[in-house]
Design a protein around this ligand. Structure first.
Ligand SMILES: Nc1ncnc2c1ncn2[C@@H]1O[C@H](COP(=O)(O)OP(=O)(O)O)[C@@H](O)[C@H]1O
Ligand SMILES: [Mg+2]
Length: 419
């Protein structure tokens, strides 16, 4: 970001000389320049403030006695508006009191005219050093605060993840029981002998609600458990192109009331990797469902697939509503959703990112409100340490090579070992 410390020490010092005496200014500037200090000049306090305003970060050497805004006044403005700027005051021989007052008002130090050049040089260096130390300390503090925040967020997510997946496990059995019972009740209600039951339609409406609720819980637990299943990942030859087509078929239902054009940008890539097809399908479904939801009526969803040597990259771009900046940091959190409860669980992206990371990949996005969103995922073709992949990366490569050869022999090979 900045020069190395040493370079900054020796060459990176910048000063701003503010004095109404042109001769003094230019002589001092020349000499300072020769000693490696980059010097800007200003003839008035106003000019000095203007330069600082334009973002110039310099040690200010400020004459106290100037027409118009004098040095002490200028110092006041600098302290208020550029509190991090170091100021060295130059006072007249007879007015050392100005210097003392200046220090009280926050000047770094003062020098009395006539100026001993070496003193000026030394003071500028000291002021610069102090500025640098303060900057470094601030940067360090900011970094520490950010790390702390991130750690808290990560821990919270991990805890939430463990908790929610545990709950999902527990819920699954009673949920199946409820669904079966509801189905049974519907069956009974449909029997002829029940035709004349009083308020039968009320009972049916009640059952509808129960079934809707069960369906929602089922979706949530399904998503969460899909995530948990990562512990028993099953790796096999995985053709991303096929998975994309399957997923498109599955989300078609969501899209049927909208005018959505699906564009494929695959440039002949099949995206064959050695990975867990079940989980990757989940990723496609989650991202495609979000893209469909983001388009309110009419739009385009582009699915791209590219071969990138050791990796494959795919993206899903929609021309939907986009994600407001303030939501960007939250969308991967579990249970963050801007959708109505029957549409969103807030788990899609949380699970998606979990899966992509576990498979050794990376997910990123770009979004513009009113223009649309693109999610980009990179996956390794071969993940060392994947369950059946053993610890040996070479084994993966061999398998991939075999897959490639097989494909050449029989170009009609479909998606294999799919559950
Ligand atoms: N393609 C997208 N376009 C616009 N917003 C999106 C997109 N994908 C995700 N989001 C936002 O991120 C939120 C979280 O997404 P997700 O975790 O999949 O949960 P859900 O879809 O159940 O709400 C969504 O509610 C939505 O606000
Ligand atoms: Mg979603």
């Amino acid at each position: 970001m900045t020069d190395s410390g040493q370079k900054q020490d020796k060459e990176g010092i910048r000063a701003l000389l503010v004095d109404d005496e042109v001769d003094f200014r230019s002589t001092a500037a020349k000499r300072l320049n020769r000693r490696g200090i980059e010097v800007a000049q200003a003839g008035t306090g106003e000019e000095c403030i203007g330069l600082l305003e334009s973002g110039s970060d310099r040690v200010v050497v400020l004459d106290v006695k100037m027409p118009g805004m004098d040095g002490i006044e200028t110092l006041g403005v600098i302290r208020e508006r550029f509190p991090e700027t170091e100021v060295i005051l130059l006072t007249g021989h007879a007015s050392a009191r100005d210097g003392v007052e200046g220090i009280k008002k926050g000047a770094f130090d003062y020098l009395t005219k006539p100026i001993e050049f070496d003193h000026l040089l030394e003071k500028i260096r000291q002021a610069h050093d102090r500025r640098r130390r303060i900057k470094e300390k601030k940067r360090e503090q900011e970094f520490r605060a950010k790390m702390e925040q991130q750690m808290i967020a990560t821990e919270r997510l991990a805890a939430l993840g463990t908790l929610s997946t545990g709950v999902a496990h527990e819920i699954n059995n009673p949920l199946a029981m409820m669904r079966e019972s509801a189905g049974f009740m519907r069956l009974v209600l449909g029997k002829e002998e029940m035709a004349a039951v009083p308020r039968k339609s009320d009972l049916e409406r009640g059952l509808d609600k129960i079934e809707k609720g069960i369906e929602r819980i089922r979706r949530i637990t399904h998503l969460l458990l899909g995530f948990v299943r990562q512990q028993d990942q099953r790796f096999s030859e995985t053709r991303l192109k096929d998975l994309i087509e399957e997923s498109l078929e599955l989300v078609g239902r969501e899209a049927k009331d909208k005018e959505i054009t699906f564009v494929r940008e695959m440039a002949g890539a099949d995206g064959i990797i050695y990975s867990d097809p079940y989980q990757i399908r989940q990723v496609f479904i989650n991202l495609l469902t979000n893209a469909v939801h983001a388009i309110s009526r009419k739009g385009t969803i582009t699915i791209g697939l590219h071969d990138k040597g050791e990796q494959v990259e795919f993206f899903i771009a929609d021309t939907g509503d986009g994600i407001p900046r303030e939501n960007m940091s939250k969308i991967f959190e579990p249970f963050f959703s801007t959708k109505s409860p029957d549409k969103g669980t807030g788990l899609g992206l949380y699970v998606t990112r979990g899966i992509v990371n576990k498979l050794g990949g990376d997910i990123s996005l770009e979004s513009k409100v009113g223009r649309g969103t693109t999610f980009r995922v990179i996956l390794p073709k071969c993940q060392p340490g994947g369950s059946e992949c053993t610890e040996d990366e070479d084994v993966c490569r061999d398998i991939l090579q075999k897959i490639k050869e097989m494909k050449n022999d029989d170009s009609d090979t479909g998606q294999s070992s799919d559950r």
